[in-house]
Design a protein around this ligand. Sequence first.
Ligand SMILES: [Zn+2]
Ligand SMILES: [Zn+2]
Length: 267
Amino acid sequence: MFRPYDMHMHTDFSTDSETPMEDMAEAAVRKGLRGIAITDHYHPDYPNPVHRTGQPTPAYHRAMERLAEAYEGRLEVFKGIEMGVLPGETMARCEAAARDYHYDFILASFHSTRERTFDDLARDKRVTTEQAFRMYYEHVLMCITLFKDYDVLAHLNLLDRYAPYVPADSLYTDVVDEILKTAVADGKGLELNTSSWRYGMGDRTTPTAAILRRYRELGGEFVTVGSDAHSAKWVGDHLNEGYQFLREQGWDYCVVYRQRKPCFVKL
Ligand SMILES: [Zn+2]
Ligand SMILES: [Zn+2]
């Protein structure tokens, strides 16, 4: 039987989760997973100060090492982080954080500009939804043109979840294309974030079939699958749907990252 890897989850080292790391690992073992990546937030300049603090801290690194040791032979634990990348001094902080510790896996994510979250922007009546989508993707492109210390782009079409509706893809495919070309040229991967099934987003999978197809056409090879669970209940959630979806899109492999290197896993 295929035993899945869940490559994206949060613990009480993130401000938006209250679940101890051990509880996430226990749930993963109970659900028959082969491995999990702990990817707590590092959001040094998030607009809301409540969520601004974050990993990495020595305590976080020690906790992941203890977990990996405690579960050796039962569950592979990948030491990861989800970085909220922003331009300017934030980028330097993210670069320093990436070098500071031997992570297995670094997710780059784009939840906000320095001033506001994209969640907020998507609902702002003064900006059209179309404008919000372009602003978001242009922000991602600007960031990854400069920032290279990551492995995988997390939930690339995040705005699909927040916006009141999703405008026609054609309004921003030019920017998405540049993002994908940059990612491929840099040897970076995409994340299939299975929360789109949890949120009932139907065809708007994260990313969409069209984005995955284009990534592959451009020579992209690396796709991780992760639940983005913030509590034990959601560990491993909809992973099988995710793998099935990948197979339907013609992928034979997904990847996991060990010491920042992509390792293929046959689906
Ligand atoms: Zn995220
Ligand atoms: Zn996350």
